[in-house]
Design a protein around this ligand. Structure first.
Ligand SMILES: *Cc1c(COP(=O)(O)O)cnc(C)c1O
Length: 238
């Protein structure tokens, strides 16, 4: 269990170094611990080391983990859905998560808003962007993003917080940074557009274990780190 605490510290050190290199305030970048495929014990150990925000890709797995953690007496945690979601799973997301990073079409957003229970705060959402037109087909195209943002921002039980992307892996820092800068440019364009509902539009969900430094240089405000905290996963990422 010290391993997780040590890993967490190393990730924070890396984030601080990247912020220093980019001339940014370290408080401007938060860490999302991506716990997919890891059990509730690993999440609890991470929580005991001070981490509160966790990201999950597989909805059913996440919901079971949340219940297990509650039964284990874990502190209150914040849950972020970062995986692709089919229409038939939106209800579980609306009922159990605090954030949803992968809104890439209006239909999903409308379902999430309609299914968000009244007693919960609005679901905090990011628009997922496809910045490289790559094999990964999820994500709105940058040219569609403003219109999508405008429609999402009007939905009553959602709060539009920013953009997210998962570029294809790139081997070098400069390429990684250039891909993240495309998401940053879309964020800036939406921000400058003056559309209604941008009061809390402040989040760039960019960067994972391999490219968090380049993402921070490009303006990321939330890095999503799994391997760097929990180690390698047995199941492949989908
Ligand atoms: C798995 C995953 C991560 C974490 O990836 P690591 O390389 O393990 O840090 C981040 N974001 C998304 C969307 C993921 O699916």
């Amino acid at each position: 269990m010290t391993t997780i605490a040590d890993n967490l510290q190393q990730v924070h050190d890396r984030m601080a170094q990247a912020c220093a290199a980019a001339g940014r305030d370290p408080a401007s970048v938060s860490l999302l611990a991506v716990s997919k495929t890891f059990g509730p014990e690993a999440v609890l150990a991470t929580a005991q080391a001070g981490q509160r925000a966790f990201g999950e890709n597989y909805i059913q797995e996440a919901v079971e983990k949340m219940a297990a953690l509650q039964a284990m007496g874990a502190p209150a945690l914040q849950w972020h859905c970062i995986g692709p979601v089919q229409s038939n799973k939106t209800r579980l997301v609306a009922e159990h998560f605090d954030w949803m990073h992968t809104v890439d079409r209006l239909k999903i957003a409308e379902r999430l808003s309609a299914q968000r229970p009244d007693h919960l705060a609005p679901l905090q959402v990011c628009i997922q962007l496809n910045v490289d037109g790559g094999l990964n087909k999820s994500g709105a195209h940058p040219e569609e993003a403003l219109a999508l943002a405008q429609a999402v921002a009007m939905l009553p039980h959602l709060c539009l917080r920013g953009v997210m992307s998962i570029p294809e892996p790139a081997p070098d820092h400069a390429t990684q940074r250039a891909l993240h800068q495309r998401a940053r440019a879309v964020f800036d364009r939406i921000h400058a557009s003056g559309i209604a509902g941008l009061e809390r539009f402040d989040t760039l969900s960019l960067g994972m274990t391999a490219d968090l430094d380049a993402a921070i240089e490009a303006g990321s405000t939330m890095v999503r780190v799994g391997t760097g905290i929990f180690g390698g996963r047995a199941r492949p990422v989908t």
